[in-house]
Ligand binder design. Structure first.
Ligand SMILES: [Zn+2]
Ligand SMILES: [Zn+2]
Length: 293
C-alpha cells in the first residue's frame, strides 16, 4: 500500500507562528508575505490567547489558529496547546488545567497539537494523561535556536511505545524573525490547497514533518517498509523495539542514499521513518502500525 497519493500535490506549511498581536516582532501581513516569498503554501498564525482567522488567498492559505498555554514557574509546569482550524475566540478558565486547553480547541472542532514537549520539560505522564489531542511537535525551531531543546523525538518514541501515538509536526514557532524561521515545516499530500483538503489530509496523517529532506513515498507491504527520499546520508526505522541492528541504514563512507527497504522484526508493532541529510537536517514520517508479522 502506497501511503502517499501520487496524483496529489505537496503543500508546504508552518502551523505555529507568532506576530506582534502577541509576543512576535512582525505584523501578520509582514509574516504572511515572508512565508509566501520563502515558498510556503500555507501557514497558521497562532498568537498567545489571540484568535487569528483563516483565509484563502491566491495560491496561499491561512488556517485559523491560536496558542493556549499554562506557564507555572513555581511548580515548573508549562503546557502549551496549538489550536488549528478553530471558529473564533476561545475562552479558557482563569486557572485552566491542561485538559481545559485541549477541550477549548476540540469543542470548536479544531486540531489540538501539543507544542514543544522537550522545551516545556513535560513528563511522559503529562502527555499521556491528556486526551483528544491529535498531534505533537517533534521539532520546534525557536525551541532549538533559542533554548537548545527543539527536538522531542525521544520523548515521542517513549510515549508511543506505551500506546500514546500522535501525528508528528515540525514547526517554527517564529517570534523574532532572525534564526527562528524556515527551520521546521510539514509537507501535506493533498488534492488542493483549500482549507478543507489541507485539514482533512492533516487529520488523516497524509503528511510528514521536515527540516529539509523529502519523504517522497512510503510503501507498506506486510512487514516490509519501502521508503523513497531526497538524497540523505541516513534513514532510520524507529520502532517500539529496543534494539534492532538493521534500524539505521547508511553507507560506511556517508555517501548518499535515496531509498531502502526495512523488514520489521516480530518485536516491532509501530515504526516511524526518520532520515537525515548531509547537513544534519531531518525529516520524520508518521507512525506506521505494523499489522502483518
Ligand atoms: Zn508555546
Ligand atoms: Zn508558540
Amino acid at each position: 500500500m502506497q501511503l502517499f497519493n501520487e496524483d496529489y500535490n505537496w503543500y508546504k506549511g508552518n502551523l505555529h507562528t507568532h506576530t506582534n498581536k502577541s509576543d512576535g516582532l512582525l505584523s501578520p501581513d509582514k509574516v504572511i508575505s515572508l512565508y509566501k516569498k520563502a515558498g510556503y503554501d500555507f501557514i497558521s498564525i497562532t498568537d498567545h490567547n489571540i484568535y487569528n482567522e483563516g483565509t484563502e488567498q491566491e495560491e496561499f492559505t491561512i488556517l485559523s489558529g491560536i496558542e493556549l498555554h499554562i506557564n507555572d514557574y513555581k511548580s515548573r509546569k508549562a503546557l502549551h496547546i496549538v489550536g488549528i482550524d478553530i471558529d473564533g475566540d476561545i475562552d479558557v478558565p482563569a486557572q485552566p488545567t491542561p485538559q481545559d486547553l485541549v477541550d477549548a480547541v476540540t469543542e470548536q472542532d479544531g486540531l489540538a497539537i501539543l507544542a514543544h514537549p522537550a522545551w516545556s520539560l513535560l513528563t511522559h505522564s503529562d502527555a499521556m494523561d491528556l486526551r483528544d489531542y491529535i498531534g505533537i511537535e517533534v521539532f520546534n525551531t525557536v525551541s532549538a535556536t533559542k533554548s537548545n531543546r527543539g527536538n522531542s523525538s525521544e520523548f515521542i518514541d517513549t510515549i508511543a511505545s506505551k500506546g500514546c501515538i500522535k501525528l508528528l509536526f515540525a514547526v517554527d514557532d517564529t517570534h523574532f524573525y532572525s534564526d527562528d524561521l524556515f527551520g521546521g515545516y510539514i509537507m501535506v499530500n493533498s488534492p488542493s490547497l483549500n482549507t478543507k483538503d489541507i485539514i482533512n489530509n492533516i487529520k488523516k496523517g497524509n503528511f510528514y514533518a521536515s527540516q529539509g529532506p523529502e519523504i517522497k513515498q512510503i510503501i507498506v507491504d506486510g512487514n516490509k517498509l519501502y521508503v523513497e527520499t531526497s538524497p540523505v546520508v541516513q534513514i532510520s526505522f524507529m520502532s517500539d523495539n529496543f534494539f534492532d541492528e538493521k534500524r539505521v541504514v547508511k553507507n560506511e563512507d556517508s555517501s548518499l542514499i535515496c531509498n531502502t527497504t526495512y523488514t520489521c522484526s516480530e518485536k516491532d508493532s509501530i515504526v516511524r521513518i526518520e532520515c537525515m541529510d548531509a547537513e544534519g537536517k531531518k525529516a520524520w514520517s508518521q507512525f506506521i502500525v505494523i499489522e502483518s508479522k
